[in-house]
Design a protein around this ligand. Structure first.
Ligand SMILES: [Zn+2]
Ligand SMILES: [Zn+2]
Ligand SMILES: [Zn+2]
Length: 202
């Protein structure tokens, strides 16, 4: 399970934009999982990557049309100081199972690692979950220290405090979106539950 760092936050924005905003999930059947393909050559084009993964790795187990229907790249992000990027395809449960089992796929001349990816959307204004920055009615807070009078880029605080836990009057001496945050973990569990990880198991 991946926790989103600052860079992954940018990926999440990409994903969110490509889906046209928040997705209503209550009462709807599970959404397809995302996988993270790490270490893809930056020159590979997102548009042709799905076909490339199929042709180099799954040609014998999937028909091309079936593969293309079940694998859609929803975002990608350049890795700083490297000529590579991370690509996020949304895939069917079956494809996810097959990709995760292989652990890596060939794209171009590289072997890229495949991992599960859990989406957690955080409001960029207040750091809350379940709504977007556009519809946020709270005051903007600093993502690092949780104070209201400045933004993260202007933060001079030495301490890291979680805005969500400050608001919830809980111990807040941890980074927002960190493993130790109970509010983040609750949101993560919620996102994991609504995703259809596999059709074979359960
Ligand atoms: Zn908000
Ligand atoms: Zn601050
Ligand atoms: Zn917290």
């Amino acid at each position: 399970m991946e926790i989103n760092s600052e860079d992954e936050g940018k990926v999440l924005d990409l994903v969110k934009n490509s889906m046209g905003g928040d997705v209503e999930v209550k009462g709807v059947k599970g959404i397809n999982p995302l996988v993270r393909v790490v270490g893809v050559d930056e020159d590979e084009k997102d548009e042709s990557i799905c076909e490339e993964i199929w042709a180099r790795n799954f040609e014998s187990s999937y028909k091309k049309e079936e593969w293309m229907e079940n694998v859609k790249v929803v975002g990608s992000m350049k890795v700083r100081n490297a000529r590579e990027k991370t690509v996020l395809p949304r895939v069917s449960s079956r494809v996810r199972g097959d990709m995760i089992e292989r652990e890596n796929v060939y794209i171009g001349w590289r072997r890229s690692v495949v991992k599960d990816y859990v989406e957690v959307y955080m409001c960029y204004k207040c750091c809350g979950y379940g709504h977007s920055g556009k519809e946020c009615k709270r005051e903007a807070v600093c993502h690092k220290c949780g104070e209201k009078r400045h933004l993260r880029k202007d933060c001079k605080s030495e301490v890291t405090r979680c805005p969500n836990c400050i608001r919830g009057k809980q111990p807040a001496e941890h980074a927002v979106n960190s493993k130790g945050c109970p509010i983040f973990e609750r949101e993560m569990v919620y996102q994991v539950r609504k995703t259809e990880w596999s059709t074979n198991e359960v």
